[in-house]
Design a protein around this ligand. Structure first.
Ligand code: ASP
Ligand code: MG
Length: 417
């Protein structure tokens, strides 16, 4: 079995879906994981926000816009007279969810997951139909049934043990050997829908690869492979042919947009190679990530934007890491806030975290617990792995830098914009 993952950008329009067909045509023993088309997840987050605000009319308007977007793709792929019943049913379920739910803020994450999951349910429905009509006979898999996650919404981890049984059951006795399943979503023990964190489809594909002992996993992207830097930010970026799991994981964690950081562990466990390949050219080699490659011998430069810098100060001067450690981390974890860099003194703790709508709630909780918290929005976290003297001189003395950390291998700093 091979696993192919297609991200939203690769299936954002009819041409993208036709290109997917071209890539998978003729393949057997293939599990295809697909994200929501284009910017659909953002659009559905908009539906959720409208629901949260109690604005049903706005939510319906946004659902209609998403329907029109998908319908235009279907029109172009199959003709305006073709109806995909299952797609219409999904949109009806989405409308019903918004209409019939009595929204409580304490259930925000549950409804977020329930709503945004429709993006992947719809994209896979369209793609599975289209492939079936073009000689790639396949089975649509409902990943809410195939993946058992923990009972945690918005950023759930998959329980691989339990998923072994479920996923294998879903594909057992199938007459076809090509499967199409949703990235990003799963099902909780209580039967509700969960999501695995934004950009989590890579992680879904890696779980499938692990459970089915795949020979390889390929991620089809709008880049030639993995670059050592984002060319928009750092000049002289170039492709890295081969990378090991560890460097890839560190890159992903630092904010490189190549792959979701949770992807690496399930692959590493079974030593499954990961290919990052350009969807515009199925014959190009791309980059390959495996266990048996030496460390990278060139600098890797990553900028993570959309960060918030928090400075926690313990009001009664208790030692922040000795006496308050557990409290601080429990608070962040319970609000699904990702900490990307930390720096502490006796009573102060600085943290660069991903921007999210939970930060203010966490701050209120910390205030109640004896911390003053300063918040600086819109900062950047820069990581230069395997830096050299020249790069150090070029980047480390920027007056916008507010925190800087170095180890023999990496230079990391937070700077204002
Ligand atoms: N559709 C989801 C997102 O946009 C998951 C993914 O793309 O991997 O975050
Ligand atoms: Mg995506």
């Amino acid at each position: 079995m091979k696993v192919y993952k297609f991200g939203g950008a690769s299936v954002k329009d009819a041409a993208g879906v036709r290109n997917l067909l071209d890539i998978v045509q003729g393949e057997t023993d293939l599990f295809i994981i697909v994200s929501a088309m284009g910017k659909t997840t953002n659009a559905l987050e908009g539906v959720f926000t409208a629901m949260q605000q109690g604005d049903e009319a706005l939510a319906m308007e946004r659902i209609d816009a998403s329907y029109a977007y998908h319908r235009a793709i279907v029109d172009e792929l199959m003709g305006a007279d073709v109806t995909i019943t299952q797609m219409n049913i999904l949109f009806q379920q989405l409308r019903n969810t918004v209409r019939n739910t009595i929204y409580r803020p304490s259930d925000a994450e549950l409804w977020y997951d329930t709503i945004v999951a429709f993006g992947e349910l719809v994209s896979t429905t369209i793609i599975s139909n289209f492939l079936n009509g073009h000689g790639v006979e396949n089975k649509w898999i409902d990943m809410r049934r195939a993946f058992l996650t923990e009972q945690r919404h918005k950023d759930a981890n998959v329980n691989i043990e339990a998923t072994q049984v479920r996923l294998k059951r879903e594909i057992a006795n199938s007459e076809v050997s090509v499967f199409v399943g949703q990235g990003f979503i799963g099902g909780a023990p209580d039967g509700t829908t969960t999501t695995l964190g934004r950009e989590g489809s890579d992680y879904s594909a890696a779980i499938v690869a692990n459970v089915l002992d795949a020979e390889s996993m390929s991620v089809w992207k709008d880049v030639d492979g993995i670059l050592n830097a984002d060319p928009k930010i750092f000049p002289d970026a170039h492709k890295i042919e081969r990378l090991n799991y560890m460097d890839t994981l560190e890159m992903a964690y630092s904010g490189a947009q190549i792959i979701h950081p949770k992807t690496i562990k399930p692959l590493q466990q079974k030593n499954i190679p990961l290919y990052v390949r350009p969807f515009g050219n199925k014959h190009a080699t791309g980059s390959v990530i495996t266990g048996d490659v030496e460390r990278a011998f060139e600098p890797i430069m990553i900028q993570k934007s959309n960060q918030v810098l928090l400075k926690l100060h313990s009001r009664d001067l208790s030692f922040v890491l000795e006496e308050r450690f557990a409290k601080v981390f429990t608070t962040f974890d319970s609000h699904r806030i990702k900490i990307n860099l930390m720096h502490n003194s006796a009573v102060n703790l600085y943290m660069a975290v991903d921007a999210s709508w939970h930060i203010d709630d966490a701050i209120l909780e910390l205030n109640a617990d004896g911390f003053d918290v300063d918040k600086t929005e819109d900062v950047e976290l820069v990581t230069i792995r395997y830096y050299d003297d020249e790069l150090y001189r070029r980047y480390a003395f920027d007056e916008r830098i507010v925190i800087k950390q170095t180890t023999p291998h990496s230079l990391r700093f937070v700077r204002t914009k």
